[in-house]
Design a protein around this ligand. Sequence first.
Ligand code: GUN
Length: 277
Amino acid sequence: MGQRIDGKVISQAVKDELKERVKSEGIDASLAVIQVGTDPASTVYVGNKKKACEYIGIRSLAFELPEETSEEELLELVRELNEREDVDGILVQLPLPAHMDEDKVIRTIDPKKDVDGFHPQSVGALSIGQPGFVSCTPAGIIQLLKRSGVEIEGKECVIVGRSNIVGKPMALLMLRENATVTICHSRTKHLKEVTKRADILIVAIGKPKFITKEYVKEGAVVIDVGIHRNENGKLCGDVDFEDVEPITSAITPVPGGVGPMTIAMLMNNCVEAKGYK
Ligand code: GUN
């Protein structure tokens, strides 16, 4: 039976360390959060980010714009926040309404304030091992592994999913930790054979309970990035937890695994952002 990697406990530890650091070093950091429209899931995420800021002692500034805001108006707000001395981090909650070009909006954020780590400059810096903000979910997974005593160096790591937000930065981070990294995706042939090579299997494909024990090597560490809600309102991940857990050495549950780490690492980036100025 695998060790359950508890993302709630580990994210709390990260937040407590940050809170202590903010207090002892007198760090006065601030995060501007922009939400366009009233998507209920986004409203929950934004609310959780504000609460985390409050807990740690980071000032948060909320910008709630109506759905019909023009792209230029949003870009103008981002440019204004780029210039403001009292703003250290800028986060534009995604997804944006269909009439806006997300890439253009992300490119407008000053990389020094890009606490999501989505700007091409942040991604480029990560790929060549230079300092910059790292996307929060992959950074959180590294913390989960390290704080659970999972050794990464020299291990076979297989990542299922190649998104810009998770799969690709995850691969770069595991490479930085000296793992041997394979990225799989929807066109990968003989997927089971590839995933079965993994000492550390990271799954971010967005398909509920897709990974069953036939995909997993005995004793592997399994990290599940997926989150889905079934007809009965119950949450599950991309991994069939009940099926896979018995053969793993460690596994993250959904909920309570990777999810809570994303906000903890966002808070870490906000504290770091103060130092970039
Ligand atoms: N929407 C869902 N997750 C995220 C995130 O991590 N950052 C932003 N900006 N939007 C999101």
